[in-house]
Design a protein around this ligand. Sequence first.
Ligand SMILES: *Cc1c(COP(=O)(O)O)cnc(C)c1O
Length: 374
Amino acid sequence: MKILKKLNPDVAGITPYSPGKPISDVARELGLDPADIIKLASNESALGCSPRAIAAMHETVEQCYVYPDGAAYDLRRKIADRYGVEMDQVLVGNGSNEILELVGHCFMNRNTSTVFSAHSFVVYKLATQLCGARMIEVPMAGGLVHDIEAMVERIEPDTSVLFICNPNNPTGTMISNDTLMSVLPRIPDDVLVVIDEAYSEVALAEMPDTLAYAMDHPNVVICHTFSKGYGLAGLRLGYGIGAAPVIRELRKAGQPFNVNLMAQAAGVAALDDDDFVQRGREVYREARAYIEASCGEMQLDFVRTTTNFMLIDVGDGAAVAQRLLERGVIIRAMVGYGLPQYIRVTFGMPEQNQRFVESLRKIIKHKQQTTKHK
Ligand SMILES: *Cc1c(COP(=O)(O)O)cnc(C)c1O
């Protein structure tokens, strides 16, 4: 097609993001009843939406004929108060993914490079490719933890952005406050450090105190989302906190009404829902214990997680993911993340986790029996 000859080569080079399959697709393709399918594939909340957010959305729905507040005043006010920062240090986005993309628009181009872990959130790669920048992917340390020392060492003169996902998706591992704080000061102050804390609200270990560090270092931006801890993934809402001059530039690169009216109202309400966040962590702690114990029984290795999903070593992740799918259990194979032997399962409610474990048990048993007979 002639028109595609004029396609931006940076776009042409992108491999599209492959999300977890929607339940409706799986039902259609396999002829299953959607009610019999469970999805534990996108690290969504096991508890549904924050009830406070739902109430706020009900109250707001009839206002949807007006444009939202482009400055998202109430929401930014609330976030700023919560963290004890100024409002001009807060940027809201259409999901925190938008913030990552704005970082790309502002700080990446053909003459720059970005540094991130080899097994980390795929959007860092997508933003880098979209902007034509060079990727410096750094292998992880043992135990699938960020090799943060090596990441800093790999910074080059043209490096403009370094991404740290903590806890990390898809490995679930966390770098501690001590490790992080010993390394951050060695990052040149002309490199933007993006600390992606998408899982901070569901974290099962103590989060490093990155905010204090960010307030002293204008080259640090911390990203948060409402998608995980507040159960609002479908609404698309996230935020970044950083130095006012950096936040101002990021805002310029975004669209005037980037966060919709319902999302703004829901976000304000959700921030008061500490009970919901707390309950989530309890559910995930229990899920982790159950699935870890089950892995032990099945003699499967796993990566100890600090969040609401975990990696399990099943040998051939793609094959096991497909078998699970046929049983109506949607999880994620990790081939695209360079971890082909693993599957990643998101923690659900107890009965969902049981369904996952029972299905996995049957598949593994079958596999172990067939290899024995060979
Ligand atoms: C889920 C996730 C996000 C959240 O993205 P949204 O656009 O806010 O839904 C961001 N970073 C990581 C690492 C994630 O896993």
